[in-house]
Design a protein around this ligand. Structure first.
Ligand code: GAP
Length: 454
């Protein structure tokens, strides 16, 4: 199967089985937006809940927040986003279609990372690069990616606000609140999961580059002398997270971003890249943001964002290590990691091999036939398990077809109720990956499943 074909198969499975749909589909869609269906949101919630439990609830040095998406525009002026959060845009002079200049250069094998617009113009001219439609290109300009809006009824410069392009600033502006409410000692972190918006010039590759997406971010505040130690710790934490949720580790590459290529605020960045079907690209990032942001807000707001170290008597602005993960890219990398096709008895079996704690449905309960009292017994088993596991009940089609359907959505366990169940209160339970079946008493089902998922 070609890589392109594989991506198409994943997109079509995601739609067919209710994971992810095109945004506003019945109106022809809206570029760069995707809607999560019932199984997609179940998968996404599992990922975000696992992240929150691991990095917030299970730690005593972490404080969760949920800041407003709309923020005072001074936040974005101070952070540098109003002036600097831009991508290089270039226009096809005939069709007026717009492209990312760095992408067009990269498509021609030219590394455009860190190039200024002037350098890109020169590279386009030197290499006689045309638009994908074969037309001449205009001048490269910087295009600010923030979505602008107006707050209230008056549309003037004083009412301008932006949809946040990263959740991070919501944490920096709450630094003082957390200090005042909880008096934490360094090191400590603020964590947030929420939507971010970027007016991407060319959204593409399914969930990879969208205009509305979700981030799971941590700002971990430290003493500057200890940044390397904490950076290494977070690198290890992120590796463990990848394994924990079942990403294919062989497809993850950690790339240290060379100086001059990374974000303006970061002194060191490691991108965790993933070998997607459409190429090796960023999954998430780990950055040492220094005291850049707190300092900007300290100066911009006039409020002191210094930390007072009672032991040493020092007063300083803490530095920060930032693990910044995209939820949607995680979902995409996960779908790529678990999608598999196998030959079974001359047929192709499509399986999503999710780890059980990530799977959107944990258990399917299936009566063998739709008669002889089997559906009633199956409903009873279903009701007994649904408080503990996410369960699905299905009595349509042949049992073989129902197994295949559950394989396609990645359900780890299928329980079948047959005539013997009515006699001895046992059921068959089928393992998704080995397809082996065990006979288990109904009263032992919960412990049987718990044992295999812990
Ligand atoms: N606070 C730092 C920050 O926002 P970033 O590298 O611009 O850094 C962090 O974004 C992560 O957010 C990315 O690694 C990616 O997972 C996700 N992300 C960024 N832009 C995205 C987009 N247009 N579509 C989907 N995910 C995106």
């Amino acid at each position: 199967m070609s890589e392109e074909n594989r991506m198409q198969k994943i997109i079509s499975l995601a739609k067919r089985r209710g994971f992810i749909y095109q945004g506003s589909e019945i109106y022809g869609g809206l570029a760069g937006t995707w809607d999560y269906g019932p199984l997609g949101i179940a998968l996404k919630r599992n990922i975000t809940n696992l992240w929150w439990k691991r990095f917030v609830d299970d730690r005593s040095d972490m404080y969760g927040v949920d800041a407003a998406i709309l923020m005072n525009s001074k936040v974005w002026e101070a952070s540098g986003h109003v002036d600097g959060f831009a991508d290089p845009l270039v226009e096809d002079t005939k069709t007026k279609k717009r492209y990312r200049a760095d992408h067009l250069l990269e498509d021609e094998g030219i590394d455009a990372a860190g190039m200024t617009p002037e350098e890109m113009n020169a590279a386009i001219a030197e290499n006689d690069i045309q638009s994908p439609d074969g037309n001449p290109l205009g001048e490269v300009q910087q295009f600010n990616m923030m979505f602008k809006t107006n707050i209230g009824a008056v549309e003037d410069s004083s009412s301008v606000s932006y949809l946040r392009p990263e959740t991070a600033q919501g944490m920096f502006v709450n630094f003082k609140n957390i200090i005042d409410s909880f008096h934490p000692k360094l090191p400590f972190g603020i964590a947030q999961i929420g939507k971010a918006f970027r007016n991407e010039i060319t959204p593409r590759d399914f969930l990879f580059r969208t205009r509305e997406f979700e981030q799971m971010e941590i700002e971990y505040f430290i003493h500057p002398d200890e940044w390397e130690k904490h950076f290494d710790e977070w690198q290890r934490e992120l590796r463990e997270w990848n394994a924990f949720i079942g990403l294919d580790e062989e497809r993850i590459i950690e790339r240290v971003i060379p100086e001059g290529e990374g974000a303006h605020y970061a002194l060191k960045t490691i991108d965790f890249e993933f070998k997607y079907s459409f190429g090796q690209k960023e999954l998430f990032g780990l950055a040492y943001r220094t005291d850049y942001d707190l300092k900007k807000h300290h100066d911009g707001s006039g409020e002191s964002l210094e930390y007072f170290d009672q032991q040493s008597g020092d007063r300083f602005i803490p530095h920060v290590i930032e693990p910044s993960l995209g939820v949607d890219r995680t979902i995409l990398a996960l779908l790529e990691s678990v999608y598999s096709e196998e030959e079974v008895d001359g047929d192709t079996r499509t399986v999503l091999k999710f780890k059980p704690h990530v799977a959107p449905v944990m258990v399917a309960v299936l009566p063998l036939l739709r008669k002889d009292g089997l559906p009633e017994k199956a409903q009873e088993v279903f009701e007994g398990l649904r408080d503990v596991f996410v369960c699905q009940y299905d009595e349509t089609a042949s049992i073989g077809k129902r197994y295949r359907r559950q394989d396609e959505i990645g359900t780890p366990f299928c329980i079948t109720i047959d005539h013997d169940t009515l006699e001895d209160d046992t059921v068959t339970i089928r393992d998704r990956d080995s397809m082996e079946q065990d006979r288990v008493p109904v009263k032992e089902l919960e412990s049987y499943i718990q044992e295999r998922i812990s």
